[in-house]
Design a protein around this ligand. Structure first.
Ligand code: SF4
Length: 346
């Protein structure tokens, strides 16, 4: 696996041509070592045009004030066919030992977001007061591309973001449990911790994710065993199922067993969307219709005590909550974070 395995090996992972393609696609590549990036989320643009928020409004996210970023551009230990993102020839390889520090990444991330949004200042559909608010981001979704826990300083990155008055929504594939442990040790507690679960047994896990880590399932289970501690320390914990017809949309009892064992606050069902580069790898028929997702979610939920709290047919997402206490705490947290003053951009 690539995490540190290439120590001392220097190679150009993203050459100028590839960087230029990212820039043309709307990404801002950050730092000296080109492993971090920002891209304005479609829902951020939607909110700035006065339209709807992403489904994470139930967690208190205001999309217009959200930064979508990654510290691991085109670096992942999985090769999931449903991933929207383009895979370069060195997808599974790190950048030698060269990593930018969290402060540099956060400074540049804030600058990039402000520049990328600047055009909305003259947009007749953008409310001027809301535009000024968007210049003070309040949320950071560490979910743009790659596996963020492969960044060795992920704990410090979360602390750096939190210290600037912004929330952190970390989405991980769960294959780096030692990084999650380090986050606990260092008090780097994300506002929401999402662990994606893609299959219900070890063989299927490696097959569907095309993992380069042979013990992916065992690692994910170890990460899930930390959810209780993250919850005690203040995170809202989420298991996310990204479901692809004909691939991993099966064994509802198996998924329910994992959920019952690790008891996250929330369970999300996300139907695979036939978008971006995934269209080269999968047929459109792999994308479940909302009714199909709903039927599968009902089969999983039947074996749990979770209840649905949000059904979004546009994004093909269903969110279920574990119990009343989780919901009460979520409503309180959402209220607080939706009023955050946000981070002034210097
Ligand atoms: S939370 Fe995710 S989907 Fe919602 S606005 Fe932020 S990046 Fe976009």
């Amino acid at each position: 696996m690539a995490d540190g395995a290439e120590a001392g090996v220097q190679f150009v992972k993203l050459d100028e041509g590839r960087l230029e393609r990212y820039r043309r696609a709307g990404y801002r590549v950050l730092g000296e070592h080109n492993h971090s990036a920002v891209e304005v989320c479609r829902w951020t643009k939607s909110r700035l045009r006065g339209e709807r928020n992403c489904y994470k409004s139930i967690y208190g996210i205001d999309s217009g004030r959200c930064i979508q970023m990654t510290p691991t551009l085109d670096f992942c230990n999985f090769g999931c066919p449903w991933c929207w993102r383009p895979f370069g020839p060195f997808r599974h390889k790190a950048h030698g030992t060269d990593w930018d520090d969290p402060k540099t990444i956060v400074d540049e991330m804030l600058r990039a977001q402000r520049e990328l949004l600047s055009g909305f200042g003259g947009n007749p559909r953008t409310d001027k007061a809301y535009f000024r608010l968007a210049m003070r981001p309040a949320h950071v979704a560490i979910s743009l591309d790659g596996e963020p826990t492969l960044y060795p300083m992920i704990a410090d990155l979360i602390k750096e973001i939190n210290s600037r008055g912004m929330t952190t929504f970390l989405v991980t594939n769960g294959t780096m449990p030692h990084r999650l442990r380090e986050m606990l040790e260092k008090g780097a507690i994300p506002t929401n911790l999402f662990v994606s679960v893609y299959a219900t047994n070890p063989e299927e896990y490696v097959r569907v994710t095309k993992s380069v880590v042979p013990d992916a399932y065992e690692r994910v289970m170890e990460s899930l065993s930390l959810l209780g501690e993250f919850e005690r320390r203040g995170s809202r914990t989420v298991i996310r199922l990204t479901l692809v017809k004909g691939l991993n949309m099966k064994d509802p009892e198996g998924y329910a067993g994992i959920v019952n064992r690790f008891r996250p606050n929330f369970l999300e069902f996300k139907g695979y969307a036939w978008l971006g580069q995934s269209r080269q790898r999968l047929d459109q028929s792999a994308s479940p219709r909302f009714e199909e997702l709903k039927k599968f979610a009902d089969e999983v939920l039947r074996h749990t005590a979770y209840r649905p709290v949000m059904l979004d047919s546009v994004s093909v997402i269903i969110v279920a909550v574990r119990d009343e206490e989780s919901w009460r705490r979520n409503v309180e947290t959402a209220k607080v974070i939706s009023r955050l003053p946000g981070c002034p951009v210097r």
